[in-house]
Write a protein that binds this ligand. Structure first.
Ligand code: ACM
Length: 533
C-alpha cells in the first residue's frame, strides 16, 4: 500500500516536473537563515531562491496511514486559514498541481521521533522524519515560513514565497511544557484548546493542568461526586467556579494529542486541599473549621496523612484520572504543605507514589517531594529550592526546570503590569529568556534535566485575554529555551524574531503584552486596532 502510494506520487512528481513551467518567476533574493523561526532550528542552510506557494500547490504523503493523513489535513487547514488557498491532499489527477509539499515518514531517518528535515526547493518542499510527530514539528516551522501577506506583484495570482534551503532540526529537551492553573480561576475547554493551538505553534509538547487547589476542584471524579458539586463551586474572588466533566477532560486530552502534546494532570496534595476537604471533611488533617475559600493565601490546608480512608480516596482519584490520561505522568503537587508535619509529609508522599505507580504512571511533584524516599523514576519540578533539587539528584531523579524567578508566567512584567504577582520577581520579556536551563542550578547535571516548563498560576487572571497577557510573549521564549541548542539562543537575534510574531499573534487575536523592549512589527491587524480606538 505504502509502496503503491509512493509510486503514484513519483509519477505525479515526474509529470509535474516534465511540464513546461508556465512562467519563470523571478523572486527577490531570500535568506532562510534569517527567517522568523521560533524556536530557532538546529541547522539552517539558505540558497536564496523561493518556493512559490500558490493555488497550484498540492500536498502528498508517503503513506495513507491515519496519523500522517491527520498531519497533512492539519497543514492544509492551516494554509487555508492563513492564505485562503485550498491545497489538495494526495490528488491523483495531476491537473492543477504544479508544485508540491511532500510529507515523508522514513523509518531509517533519525532515532528522535521529533527530529525532522525540511528541504525547500523552487518547486518542491520535502519534509521528512521518522515519525508523524517529527512531521508535525516540521509543519510548525513550515507554517512560520509562509508570509502573513501574499505577494501580488510577481504573477497574475497571489503567491506566498517561501525561502529555499534546508533545515535540519531536533529538540534540545524532549520535555517542553507550560502549566495552566484552572483551580484558582476556572478556564473553559475552548480556552484551553486555544492555549494548546498557540503552544503547539511554538513546538511545546506538554500541557500540565493544575486541576485542584484550596479554591476549587476542577475534575469530575465519579466515585466522589461532591468534589465538583461542592469543591468546584467557587474560585478566587467568589465567582461561579466550574469544572471539567471526564468527557471534557478527554476532549482536551484528544485535542492535545492531535497536536502531539501530552497532558499531565495535577491533583495537589497533601496541602492545597481545602476544596477537597470541604467536600468530604474526613479528608481534613488540620482540625480547623472548614469553609469554601475564595482568597489567595497558601499553606493552611492538609489531608490527614495517617488515615487509611484518605489513601482509599486518593486511590480512586488516581485510578479514575489515570484511566483517561494516556500520557505517562501523574503530578501529585506536594508543594507548600505548611500545615503537614515533615514526618507526615514524607509518609504521605511515599504512600502516594506507590498508588501512582500502581496505575502505571510516573509521579511528578514540586521540588519538596525530593525530601521523601522517592524512587529514581519519579520527577521533581524545581520551582524554588536548590536544596531539594540537590536531594532529587542524589536520588537519581530527573528534574523539570521551572524556576519561579524565570519561568513563572504569573509574575508581573514590571510595576505597571495589569495582572500578576511579584513575590518571586518582576519578569520582563528579556529576563524570562536570558538564562540557561542547563546551568541555572549549580550541581544539577545535564543528564538529570528532563526539560523546561513555564507555569501560569491564575490567582489574578479570570479570562482568556488576561491569560494571554501574562503568557505571551514570555512563553514563546521558554519554547526556544527548551527546544533550541544553547549556541542558537541569543537575545539580540531572538528579539527581532519575536517582534515579527506580532502579525501571527494579532491574526490569532492573542491579547499579548506589547512590551516596550520589543519593536513589534505592525500589520494590518494592528492598524485595525488603532482604527477602532
Ligand atoms: C508553587 O508555586 N507553589 C509550586
Amino acid at each position: 500500500m505504502k509502496k503503491a502510494l509512493l509510486f503514484s506520487f513519483l509519477i505525479i512528481v515526474l509529470a509535474i516536473q516534465c511540464k513546461p513551467a508556465k512562467s519563470e518567476i523571478q523572486f527577490p533574493e531570500t535568506d532562510l537563515s534569517s527567517a522568523d523561526l521560533i524556536p530557532m532550528p538546529l541547522q539552517i542552510a539558505s540558497d536564496g531562491d523561493a518556493f512559490g506557494l500558490d493555488q497550484f500547490t498540492g500536498i502528498y504523503t508517503s503513506s495513507n496511514d491515519e496519523p500522517l493523513a491527520a498531519v497533512a489535513e492539519f497543514l492544509s487547514e492551516k494554509i487555508r486559514s492563513k492564505t485562503g488557498l485550498i491545497t489538495p491532499i494526495n490528488k491523483e489527477d495531476k491537473e492543477g498541481v504544479e508544485r508540491y509539499i511532500y510529507l515523508s515518514v522514513e523509518e531509517d531517518f533519525e532515532a528522535n521521533k521529533e527530529a525532522y528535515e525540511l528541504v525547500m526547493n523552487r518547486d518542491s518542499i520535502i519534509l521528512s522524519a521518522s515519525d508523524p510527530e517529527g512531521i508535525f514539528r516540521g509543519v510548525q516551522s513550515l507554517r512560520q515560513l509562509i508570509p502573513e501577506e501574499a505577494n501580488d506583484t510577481l504573477a497574475d495570482r497571489s503567491i506566498w514565497p517561501i525561502p529555499t534551503g534546508k533545515i535540519s532540526d531536533e529538540p534540545n529537551f524532549g520535555f517542553r511544557g507550560s502549566m495552566l492553573d484552572v483551580a484558582r480561576h476556572f478556564f473553559s475547554v475552548e480556552d484551553v484548546k486555544k492555549y494548546i493551538d498557540l503552544l503547539a505553534y511554538y513546538k511545546i509538547n506538554i500541557l500540565h493542568l493544575h486541576l485542584t487547589d484550596d479554591q476549587g476542584w476542577r475534575i469530575e471524579i465519579k466515585s466522589w461526586p461532591k468534589l465538583t458539586e461542592i469543591g468546584g463551586s467557587t474560585e478566587v474572588g467568589g465567582e461561579a467556579g466550574g469544572f471539567f466533566t471526564q468527557n471534557d477532560y478527554k476532549d482536551i486530552v484528544a485535542y492535545a494529542a492531535k497536536h502531539y502534546m501530552t497532558v499531565i494532570p495535577e491533583i495537589d496534595m497533601p496541602g492545597h486541599t481545602n476544596a477537597a476537604s470541604v467536600s468530604y471533611p474526613f479528608l481534613d488533617g488540620t482540625g480547623k473549621p472548614l469553609a469554601l475559600y475564595e482568597g489567595m493565601r497558601v499553606g493552611f490546608s492538609s489531608f490527614d496523612t495517617r488515615k487509611d480512608t484518605v489513601y482509599a480516596f486518593i486511590d480512586d482519584v488516581v485510578r479514575e484520572i489515570s484511566a483517561i490520561t494516556p500520557g505517562p505522568y501523574f503530578h501529585i503537587g506536594g508543594d507548600e504543605s505548611h500545615s503537614t508535619s515533615k514526618n507526615d509529609y514524607i509518609y504521605f508522599v511515599n504512600r502516594v507514589e506507590k498508588i501512582v505507580q500502581k496505575y502505571g504512571k510516573r509521579m511528578i511533584g514540586w521540588d519538596e517531594i525530593a525530601q521523601a524516599d522517592v524512587d529514581s523514576t519519579s520527577i521533581a519540578q524545581f520551582w524554588a529550592s536548590e536544596d531539594h533539587t540537590k536531594m532529587a539528584v542524589e536520588k537519581g531523579m530527573q528534574v523539570i526546570m521551572s524556576p519561579a524567578k524565570k519561568t513563572y508566567l504569573d509574575m508581573e512584567y514590571d510595576t505597571l503590569s495589569k495582572h500578576g504577582l511579584h513575590w518571586a520577581a518582576y519578569i520582563p520579556v528579556d529576563t524570562a529568556y536570558v538564562w540557561s536551563p542547563e546551568s541555572y542550578t549549580e550541581g544539577l547535571p545535564l543528564e538529570n534535566i528532563l526539560g523546561v516548563e513555564a507555569p501560569l498560576w491564575s490567582e489574578t487572571i479570570s479570562d482568556l485575554g488576561e491569560l494571554e497577557y501574562l503568557a505571551f510573549p514570555r512563553v514563546i521564549g521558554h519554547s526556544e529555551l527548551s527546544w533550541s541548542s544553547p549556541e542558537n539562543r541569543d537575545w539580540e537575534k531572538y528579539k527581532v524574531r519575536l517582534a515579527n510574531q506580532a502579525p501571527f499573534l494579532d491574526r490569532m487575536n492573542v491579547q499579548f503584552y506589547r512590551s516596550h523592549r520589543i519593536d513589534w512589527k505592525e500589520n494590518k491587524y494592528t492598524y485595525k486596532e488603532i482604527e477602532k480606538d
